[in-house]
Each structure stands twice: as structure tokens, then as C-alpha cells.
Design a protein around this ligand. Sequence first.
Ligand SMILES: [Zn+2]
Ligand SMILES: [Zn+2]
Length: 328
Amino acid sequence: MVRFTVLASGSKGNSTVISGGRTRILVDAGLSCRELFRRMKIVGEDPETLDAIIITHEHQDHINGLAVTARKLGIPVYFTEATHRAWMRWLTPRRQMSYAQWIELCRKQAAERQAESDNASQPGDPAETDPEETEADCAVASAQLQKPAPAGPPSMKEDPTWLPAVEYFEAGRPFAIGDIGLSPFTIPHDAADPVGFVFGAEGVRMGLATDLGYITPNIKLQLRRLDLLLLESNHDLEMLRDGPYPWSVKQRVLSRVGHLSNDAAADFLSNTYDGQAAYVILAHLSENNNLPELARVAAERALAGKASLLANRLLLAEQHQPLVPVIF
Ligand SMILES: [Zn+2]
Ligand SMILES: [Zn+2]
């Protein structure tokens, strides 16, 4: 049995559980660990049985509960390398310095490098030849070795970026976690290395594409022959234009690396989508710039011409409660 359960979708948090064969994965951890577990219980999923967490990109609504959840469950996290780095940078507070302090730092570093290279070029460098020096080095090394190993993982305070295990994947290179196959593909979005996925389990194909400015030719190729399509339908263009966001944010949402509008999703559904999926789930709806009914009507119109009566059951993913699991 294959189960696809959206726990939350929207700018306040995204998470989906996919279960196939003996494997269960969590796609994005955008809610607090406690809320994730609460919602999993509601839909009858046991958090303890999760095998891995997969991250689409490092925006806060996709990684908010990541470290705590991964630590609590002791399971690996799958990122692209660039997303992992971006996530670590986000968690590591940066020290602000003035221009004068920066110049001073550069000067010191240059002086240190100069001193090092002066030492290295001295003939008969004592560090190389003096046995006492070597022994002293060994003493330091063995003292370090004899330090008791820290008991268990570092605390969040000591190292907020610590994870039980990290695995890297690359867009365009399919891989598997247990019984679930994953095909990551690049999406245009203002993050380090954002991806969408096609998941496969027990012959069921499920596509997930949210947080994308537009649908590229490659995404069109990926989102074919699906049994389930979860697609962003973020905003109504007029609501966004007239809405409360500052102009810079509106520009960002509307840009080629922003979010997919109801119209853009509908355009894909009517003109490109092959109409084969049993379920179409509209996702990442904006609470400020969209209304579920607007998204639904746009998608319904777009799907009206699709032939099969059994296909294209339309569902809307929600921010504040999980969707009933889709079961194959
Ligand atoms: Zn998002
Ligand atoms: Zn995003």
C-alpha cells in the first residue's frame, strides 16, 4: 500500500509523509517537531517508523523543525550539498564587522601567512628535525586522543547544525531510499539549489512541485504519467497586486524565481498536463493573496476538458490541518 499525506502546506510550514513498501519518508520539516508528530498521529502515521527526511530547499517554511526532528528520531537527512550548506549558514549566526575591522582582520591574516611562509623557507626548520619538537607534538596529539569522547551528540546550543547523518543527492540523478525511488529535478526558486521530486513506490508515481517561479520545459517532462500530482497554486494575481505585501515582496513572489500563481498552475493543467493522475493536489496556497475557492475554480476549469472521469480528483492542501491520506 502506498500512502501520500500532506501534513501542512503553505508559507507557515510544509511537510508531507510518503509511505511505500517498508519505507516511510518525510518530505520537508517545516513545522515544529511537536506539531509534526501531533499531525502524524492525527492521520495514523507513527513518527518512530520514519526512515529519512528529504529537504527540497532551505527556506524556513521547509526546514523549521528539521534539526530537532532528525535528532529525536535519529534518522538521516537528504539534501543537495548546496542546500545543506545554505541551511548550516542560516543556523550559524554571522559576526557583523565594520569595514575598518575587516581591513584589520585582512592585515593580520596576511601577516600570519607571511610569518608561516618565512618559517617554512628557513633551512633546517627545527620543527622538521628536532626530535624534542616532534615528541612535544606527539604529546599534544595523544593528550587530545585521550580526552574522553563526548557522551552522545552535541546539544542544539553547542552545534545547531549537527544531524545524525547527512546524505547528498543531485538534481537529475534518481536514487532510492528503501522501497521508495526519488527523482529530484531543479525548480526555479530563490534558494540555493531547490528541487521538486517524482516519487515512485509499488508502481505508483507521485510528483511534488511547489515553490517555483514558473514551469520549465524540464519540469513539464518530469510531471508526466503521474498517479498523483501535488502542484503549487500560490496566489491570485489580482489579490497579490492589491494585497498588503510591500512592493519588493510582491516583485519577489511574481518573479521567475518566486511562486506559481493560480493562473500559471491552471495554464499547466489545461495545456501541458497529460490528465493521467488520479489525484491533483493544489498546494502552498497563500493565506494573504489567495482564496481556496479561487484556486479550486481555476484548476477545475483547467481540468474540465480532461477525458477520464475517474482521474483528476482535485484536493486542496491546507496550512492548519493535515489532508486525509491519499491511498493507492
Ligand atoms: Zn515554501
Ligand atoms: Zn521557498
